[in-house]
Design a protein around this ligand. Structure first.
Ligand SMILES: [Zn+2]
Length: 196
C-alpha cells in the first residue's frame, strides 16, 4: 500500500546519480547503426513533481547520446530512473500519484494530496490498465509474481507485492519500468541488470 509521500532531496539526487551511471556506461558502447563513437547530447526537460517531488532541480536534463560520425549522428537515449517516457511529470510521481488515485475513492482528494490534476491521473490509469499490461516489464513481473498482480488496480497492486515500503519501493518499481522509458535503446533490461 502506498499513500501520498514527499520524496526527499537525497532520494531524488540518488535517481540523478543512477541515471548518470547508466549514461556513462551506455556511452562506452558503439553506435548501433555505424559503430561510431557516442557523445553526450542531453536535451532540456522542465518536469513537474506535484507536491510529491518538489526539489527536482537536478532533473533539468534528460541524459542522451549522439553518434559522433558525420552523416550518421544517430541519437540514442538510454533508460532512465527519473523520466517515464515523454510525460511531463517525473516517473516517481507518475507511479505514486497513480497508486494514490487507485486507492483513494474521491478524485479531488487524490489530486489535493499529490498536486497532480485528476484528468492527468485518469490518463495514466488508462495507460497502466492498457498498454502497460502488454509491455515487457509487466509480462516479466506477471510471470514472477504468483498470483499475478490485479490489472484493474495497477500500479497500487504492484506496491502491495513488494517486500519494501515508501521510497525504497518506488525506486524498485522505477528499476522495473526503466526498460520502457525509452524506445531508442535495444535490449534495455539486460543492460539495466548490469548497471543495477
Ligand atoms: Zn552512427
Amino acid at each position: 500500500m502506498i499513500g501520498p509521500i514527499e520524496l526527499g532531496i537525497e532520494f531524488l539526487e540518488g535517481l540523478v546519480a543512477i541515471d548518470r551511471s547508466i549514461v556513462d556506461r551506455a556511452s562506452k558502447k558503439p553506435c548501433q547503426d555505424c559503430g561510431g563513437p557516442l557523445y553526450r547530447g542531453d536535451y532540456p526537460r522542465k518536469p513537474r513533481g506535484g507536491t510529491i517531488a518538489v526539489m527536482i532541480e537536478g532533473f533539468d536534463r534528460r541524459f542522451s547520446l549522439c553518434c559522433g560520425r558525420e552523416g550518421c549522428r544517430r541519437r540514442t537515449t538510454p533508460p532512465s530512473f527519473r523520466f517515464l517516457g515523454r510525460r511531463v511529470y517525473v516517473g516517481a510521481v507518475v507511479i505514486i500519484a497513480s497508486a494514490v488515485a487507485v486507492t483513494v475513492m474521491a478524485a479531488t482528494a487524490a489530486a489535493r494530496a499529490t498536486g497532480v490534476p485528476a484528468r492527468t491521473t485518469r490518463r495514466w490509469l488508462r495507460w497502466w490498465k492498457g498498454p502497460f499490461t502488454v509491455s515487457g516489464p509487466f509480462v516479466e513481473l506477471s510471470a514472477r509474481l504468483v498470483p499475478a498482480p490485479d490489472r484493474q488496480r495497477l500500479p497500487a497492486s504492484l506496491f502491495e507485492r513488494l517486500a519494501a515500503d515508501g521510497p525504497v519501493a518506488v525506486r524498485k518499481l522505477l528499476g522495473w519500468l526503466a526498460p520502457i522509458t525509452t524506445t531508442s535503446w535495444p535490449d534495455g533490461s539486460r543492460f539495466l541488470r548490469a548497471v543495477m
